[in-house]
Design a binder for this molecule. Structure first.
Ligand code: UGA
Length: 454
């Protein structure tokens, strides 16, 4: 089968490459010539573990090509995936102009029956919009079907998420289109992946509802963390105690500086917009967005609580990406917080294993970029952990103490054990774990019991 994937961002590139690995012939198309040239040279424009290896493998085996020729790719493909951006507009709604442009180009190049699939996260009703554009603009009367097949890939583990998904969601009006999509995904049947087959609108909403729900878990636990700080409880253990209930689940209950990235901030805003456009206020998700926004401010207060006035201080920042294993800094809490610190007169030294180049363009003031955590600590008034890269989890605390001007660690990702850090003589703050449990003689026993039950 020949397919094409339009858009070579995270979603398009991972989708196209993984389908090629399933044995399908894939053309990945983008109008950005320099990106296509880069991909044809075997260079990957994003940081995504494991991706380069399967891109190389599938190019070598002749199943994966990169091109700017959209018309030709459409003509030779049975299935066309749309994976172009849907950036947020001022009012939070998704900008569909790229999708509309692609739909018009598909219409002009229809030369037989095709399945047109939305992979980008699109507002409810976009499938219908694509159908109507193609109907209106195609010169002839070729049959086609539109399918909604939202992606659930996480940056940093996108390949694994594609190859071993929790589920595949397919929304369509035609059985023929569903049969073709099932054929495309047939390797996943072998690993018994559940398929959710539904109508287009339901499928489109499944994606928004999933991201909004995950964002809700994060804002929920961040509010619980604030309460923990006030009552002297430990959010880490609250999350464990809650998560052991299968109905709740332990994932996405890590308190921190709030969610970021290219998906949750955009999709939570978009679903509240979709609701309001249909005369409904989605109160819970509106609160989730507000809590997430306020969380940045709360983190700033926390930092100032330890350092005092920021003017004239030097803060050492560890982590700039919105999460580990990516170079993506879109809506990164780390960038927002570092910029807030600079706005209040602090100077910043920073290190991130992958995101420094991108961060350089997004920082509001001059930042001294360093080559490791110890260079960051050298001469700083406090060390601030903003992204939980694995390499920050086991730093040499004795060495850090010798390098820092004042032995202070602000751990906004809760990666250190407060009792242990304090033992080294650090002043230490984290999120929602200021309480009694760490002084409790039962602490180790409680931790062990919780881990065993996990
Ligand atoms: C998210 C979803 O997890 C994917 O399922 C979805 O496909 C994707 O959006 C998308 O819509 O394309 P991603 O943005 O890559 O994936 O990152 P996540 O791992 O979900 O993390 C999002 C943010 O939440 C990060 O800033 C992370 O630090 C934060 N987070 C996550 C927390 O603060 N606490 C948690 O417990 C989990």
């Amino acid at each position: 089968m020949n397919i094409c994937v339009i858009g070579t961002g995270y979603v398009g590139l991972v989708t196209g490459t993984c389908f090629a690995d399933f044995g399908v012939n894939v053309s990945c198309v983008d109008k950005d010539t320099s990106k296509i040239e880069m991909l044809n040279r075997g260079e990957i424009p994003i940081y995504e573990p494991g991706l380069k290896e399967i891109v190389d493998k599938n190019i070598n085996e002749g199943r994966l090509t990169f091109t700017t020729d959209l018309s030709e790719s459409i003509k030779k493909s049975l299935v066309i995936f749309i994976a172009v951006g849907t950036p947020p507009r001022e009012d939070g709604s998704a900008d569909l102009s790229y999708i509309e442009e692609v739909a018009r180009t598909i219409a002009r190049n229809l030369n037989g029956y095709k399945v047109i699939v939305t992979k980008s996260t699109v507002p409810v009703g976009t499938g219908k919009l694509i159908e109507s554009i193609i109907d209106k603009e195609q010169g002839e009367d070729h049959k086609f079907d539109v399918v909604s097949n939202p992606e659930f890939l996480r940056e940093g583990s996108a390949v694994e998420d594609f190859m071993r998904p929790n589920r595949v969601v397919l929304g369509a009006r035609s059985e023929q289109a569903i049969a073709i999509m099932k054929d495309l995904y047939s390797p996943l049947y072998l690993i018994e992946t559940p398929f959710v087959i539904t109508d287009i609108e339901t499928s489109e909403l499944i994606k928004y509802a999933s991201n909004a729900f995950l964002a809700t878990k994060i804002s929920f636990i961040n509010e619980v963390a604030t309460i923990c700080e006030r009552v002297g409880a430990d959010v880490h253990m609250v999350a464990k105690g809650m998560g052991l209930d299968n109905r709740i689940g332990s994932k996405f209950l890590h308190a921190g500086p709030g969610y970021g990235g290219s998906c949750f901030p955009k999709d939570t805003m978009a679903i509240t917009r979709i609701a309001r456009d249909h005369d409904y206020v989605f109160k819970i998700v509106e609160a989730v967005v507000e809590v997430n926004h306020d969380q940045r401010e709360r983190m700033l207060e926390k930092i100032k609580g330890l350092t005092g006035e920021l003017k004239g201080t030097q803060i050492g920042v560890l982590g700039l990406a919105f999460k580990p294993n990516t170079d993506d800094i879109r809506e990164s809490p780390a960038i927002d917080i570092a910029n807030m610190l600079m706005a209040q007169g602090a100077s910043i030294k920073a290190y991130d294993p992958a995101a420094m180049e991108n961060a350089g363009k997004a920082m509001s003031g001059p930042v001294k970029f360093c080559s490791d955590a110890y260079e960051v600590a050298d001469g700083s008034d406090a060390l601030l952990i903003l992204t939980e890269w694995n390499q920050f989890r086991k730093l040499d605390l004795g060495r850090l103490k010798g390098l820092l001007k004042s032995p202070r660690i602000i751990d906004l990702r809760n990666i250190y054990d407060p009792a242990n850090v304090k033992k080294f003589g650090f002043e230490y703050v984290c999120v929602g774990r200021g309480g009694r449990i760490h002084e409790s003689p039962f602490r180790d026993a409680i931790e062990t019991a919780a881990f065993q039950a996990d």
